[in-house]
Design a protein around this ligand. Structure first.
Ligand SMILES: [Ca+2]
Ligand SMILES: [Ca+2]
Ligand SMILES: [Ca+2]
Length: 399
């Protein structure tokens, strides 16, 4: 009973203090009638016919009078007039209301795409504060891959919202050594078996690495009972990647003991070592599972020698050796998304670090190799047919 009386007393004081017109209150002065708004991110799926992306706006307290809220929309990777309709407009938060929605028309198309983004910015001439006036809207694609040529899936050479930053179509006579370094041998003495008990000896010889028909070919050969040669190239010090979109069109080897990889390491590997430099495996495959491509990231503390990692896989019923697929990484601050033929199969964000530092907002270099043997695939056996090769049709880097 005592506490109820106290509450009633407090309640009266509160009413009194709100009732007073001046700002003599000891708490933080709040301008009269200020409406504090929260704007939520938008999300929509492409749908047959058009669909609606909803941006919900909440007010902490009901508005005393109607307030007009204006918005402008900019395409980021979603294109105005193609992927969505409205680029500006207004809505009214009615007197007494504490929420209002902005509805954007999402246009359906037949194009197989990655998730597309737009940004919405809210403003008002009214007495309004908006916690975060610009938010993102994400359009989820609903289309299946259709963009095939005789050799497999292919991606466009340009995208709305991106400029091409660098590309290699492998159309020349030989590998451009202004872009790539060869890594030779077996990794000894510092990283024997390249840290994974691999069996191959990497060369820069034409038998193991060459350009042909507009493709980079990395070919693994069996040379004697348990001798294998192959190739590994990387772009360290020559071509760097940091944010944007990377598309790599590749056809992969198969067979027990084969381990092709398209991957990246942090440019700072010589200073901080692995795994502190971060590792992004855009695509790995073990040849005894030729229908399964893997995307993985590794990270960890400097000097730990062991990585924390996370990844996922995506299948192809025909096998990745039968036709070309495009492996894409869409890389933004604090987030990486892995795609195969524009189907997302793994997302890594800054909240996935399990207590470790996020390493993926820094520049990385690219590595292409076909390993033979090693901890993950195991050794080749009598079923493995040599030679085996990874073919890369293009690498395109958009920013
Ligand atoms: Ca679209
Ligand atoms: Ca689409
Ligand atoms: Ca090509």
């Amino acid at each position: 009973m005592k506490s109820t009386i106290l509450k009633l007393a407090l309640f009266s004081i509160l009413i009194l203090s709100f009732g007073c017109g001046d700002n003599n209150s000891t708490t933080e002065p709040t301008p009269a009638n200020l409406v504090e708004l929260t704007l939520q991110e938008g999300r929509a799926f492409e749908q047959a016919g058009n669909s609606t992306m909803l941006f919900e706006i909440f007010s902490q307290s009901a508005a005393e009078e109607a307030i007009t809220l204006n918005y402008t929309i900019e395409g980021m990777t979603a294109e105005p007039g193609v992927d969505f309709m409205e680029t500006s407009g207004s809505v009214v938060l009615e007197a007494g209301a504490s929420r209002v929605n902005i509805e954007i028309t999402v246009i359906d198309d037949d194009v197989n795409e990655v998730d597309e983004k737009l940004s919405l910015t809210l403003s008002s001439n009214g007495n309004v504060s908006i916690e975060k006036p610009t938010v993102i809207g994400i359009i989820k694609d609903n289309d299946d891959p259709t963009n095939f040529d005789a050799e497999g899936y292919q991606t466009p050479s340009s995208y709305y919202g991106y400029d091409i930053s660098w590309q290699d179509e492998f159309d020349g006579e030989s590998l451009n050594t202004e872009t790539y370094n060869f890594e030779l041998g077996d990794g000894c003495p510092n990283l024997c078996g390249w840290g994974n008990q691999e069996l191959e000896w990497y060369t820069d010889e034409e038998k193991n690495i060459f350009l042909e028909d507009g493709k980079l070919v990395i070919r693994a050969l069996k040379e004697g009972d348990s001798n294998f040669t192959s190739a590994r190239i990387q772009t360290k010090g020559k071509q760097s990647f940091q944010f944007g979109r990377i598309d790599i069109r590749a056809k992969l080897p198969k067979g027990q003991g084969l381990w092709p990889a398209i991957w990246m390491l942090g440019n700072n590997i010589d200073e901080v070592g692995w795994p502190a430099c971060g590792e992004v495996d855009i695509m790995e495959l073990v040849g005894h599972e030729p229908n399964l491509a893997h995307g993985t990231a590794h990270w960890g503390a400097q000097g730990s020698g062991r990585s924390t990692f996370k990844g996922s896989s995506i299948g192809d019923v025909d096998g990745f050796d039968s036709q070309f697929h495009v492996f894409s990484l869409v890389w933004e601050p604090n987030q990486l998304v892995w795609y195969m033929d524009e189907t997302a199969f793994f997302t890594l964000g800054i909240n996935d670090m399990q207590g470790e530092q996020y390493r993926f907002n820094a520049p990385f270099f690219m590595i292409f190799n076909v390993a033979v043997g090693g901890q993950w695939p195991g050794s080749p056996d009598a079923t493995t047919v040599f030679p085996q090769q990874m073919e890369i049709d293009y690498v395109r880097y958009f920013k």
